[in-house]
Ligand binder design. Structure first.
Ligand SMILES: C[S@@+](CC[C@H](N)C(=O)[O-])C[C@H]1O[C@@H](n2cnc3c(N)ncnc32)[C@H](O)[C@@H]1O
Length: 242
């Protein structure tokens, strides 16, 4: 799914690292507490896979799609605005589809994108492209248990592999979860690392974390600006290098 901060481009390299750890260490539970567009979990092989996010609309959309729900063919600009301004009057899956799929760069209600003519004269339909993208993914998400929860709800788990892709520090915030508390998050990772293997994607981490993978990637921030950053994968120093 097209998603802000999507790991689609990195999954080719990160998923094999995660899958190897799961296999080598005989791990049976994989948890992704910031599952978003599910662009990583679709490539993970594990007995139990939990994909969770605190965006209730998004999770309801994944659950409904798993049950065979078919998104509408089109969302007009009028409908988009009506949904945006009256979320409680619509089913959550429709709110999610409007909020993510009819907007530019999948930014939550970040402006109606609809159909546009590109500089080369090509007609693009952002909504249809986005829906096609999701439908293609569904086959690989059949075995995922989707949950709507805050990341801290997984504190009781042991012997799991937990892959975290939180909102990055200093980047655009997610419409549904403003003011992410980064220090509190890293403390949680420290504590969870005692009984689990916790891997974190970020640009930077506190000093007691080791970077076990990095790759330079260009990120589109909005229509006009792009930024180059080093995508990294971190593991707490208390864990043996993998
Ligand atoms: C970087 S995105 C994940 C992208 C995903 N890995 C992908 O490839 O599509 C971060 C996600 O964290 C979610 N989020 C933000 N704060 C959260 C919290 N406190 N608990 C759980 N999820 C949260 C956002 O809704 C967003 O979907």
């Amino acid at each position: 799914m097209k998603y802000m901060g999507s790991k689609a481009r990195l999954s080719k390299e990160l998923a094999p690292i995660i899958n190897k750890i799961i296999k080598d260490k005989n791990i049976s539970i994989y948890i992704e507490p910031f599952v978003g567009g599910a662009n990583m979990i679709e490539h993970i092989r594990c007995e139990t896979k939990i994909g969770s996010d605190n965006n209730e609309y998004l999770i309801q959309m994944w659950k409904m799609l798993q049950q065979g729900w078919i998104p509408p063919e089109e969302i007009s600009k009028e409908l988009y605005m009506k949904i945006r301004d009256n979320k409680n009057e619509f089913d959550k899956e429709i709110v999610s589809i409007a909020g993510f799929c009819s907007t530019y760069n999948a930014k939550w209600f970040g402006g109606y994108a609809g159909k546009v003519k590109t500089k080369t004269g090509l007609q693009r339909d952002y909504y249809k492209e986005s829906i096609r993208n999701i439908v293609k993914q569904l086959n690989r998400l059949k075995d995922v248990e989707f949950l709507n929860a805050d990341y801290t709800s997984f504190s009781e788990y042991k012997n799991a592999l937990i892959y975290c892709d939180p909102p990055y520090e200093g980047t655009t915030q997610y419409g549904t979860s403003k003011a992410f508390h980064h220090e509190r998050f890293w403390d949680w990772v420290r504590s969870m690392s005692k009984n689990n293997i916790v891997l974190v994607s970020e640009y930077n981490a506190p000093e007691d974390f080791n970077c076990i993978f990095e790759k330079s990637l260009t990120t589109t921030l909005d229509k006009n600006s792009r930024k180059k950053g080093f995508e990294k994968l971190f593991l707490h120093e208390s864990k043996k290098p993998i």
